[in-house]
Design a protein around this ligand. Structure first.
Ligand code: GDP
Length: 211
């Protein structure tokens, strides 16, 4: 699919609903793809770059929405979902405690969830939080794509080494439903590849293909 056509999928994207702990999410129909990642991992930048909408993730940063699951409507029963960033020290402990059941319940029980994009700064090692998220996804055989963000911060050789190390780490744990790639919202590295995966999960091609 040409890049322009791929971006057209996000043309009508609009903020749908912010769902804090204890609030009922939008109807669990159609397909949606969620984005998760540690705070400052480049999740918002990735969402903006993949959709071609610079201000998109700002909607999730509005006061009151930062610890909620934020849903964006793409039309035709498809959605993007911005999960609250984790590991942010400034968030009060009570809210941090709500993060776990909120995300765990969503990842394990949301029928329309078709895939998870997980952003990790490429200069960081995997932590127990990534392991936890991958475990929840494995529980429901959820496909995951790990975006190793800010790849522009590494030289080419270094980036290749990092990618190899992550692949080895995933293989060691038998995580066959997890893909991993380099990503930079700044230079464009890996954006097309990630966007194609996103559209596949949303079944966009099949839906838009001529009859
Ligand atoms: P979030 O908290 O996970 O949503 O992260 P943001 O998208 O807000 O990014 C956190 C910081 O990393 C910001 O200062 C961004 O400008 C920076 N950043 C995000 N993506 C990239 C990237 O691809 N390359 C570089 N060099 N910096 C990035």
């Amino acid at each position: 699919m040409a890049k322009r056509d791929s971006l057209a999928a996000f043309h009508a994207i609009r903020f749908l609903q912010s769902v804090p702990f204890g609030v009922r999410p939008p109807a669990d129909r159609g397909r949606e793809v969620a984005f998760a990642g540690r705070s400052n991992s480049g999740k918002s930048s990735a969402l903006n770059a993949l959709t071609g909408r610079r201000g998109l993730a700002r909607a999730s940063r509005t006061p009151g929405r930062t610890q909620a699951i934020n849903f964006f409507d793409l039309g035709d029963e498809t959605r993007l979902v911005d999960l609250p960033g984790y590991g942010y020290a400034k968030v009060p402990e009570a809210l941090q405690r709500q993060w776990r059941p909120l995300i765990e319940d969503y990842l394990q029980h949301r029928d329309s969830l078709s895939g998870l994009m997980l952003t990790v700064d490429c200069r960081r090692e995997p932590t127990e939080l990534e392991t936890l998220l991958l475990d929840w996804c494995a529980h429901s055989a959820m496909p995951v794509r790990l975006l190793l963000t800010k790849a522009d911060k590494l030289g080419r050789g270094e980036a290749a080494t990092v990618l190899r190390r992550w692949r080895a780490w995933l293989a060691e744990q038998g995580r066959t439903q997890v893909e991993v790639q380099l990503f930079s919202s700044q230079t464009g590295t890996g954006i097309d590849e990630a966007r194609e995966a996103l559209l596949d999960w949303l079944n966009f091609r099949q839906k838009k293909a001529p009859a």
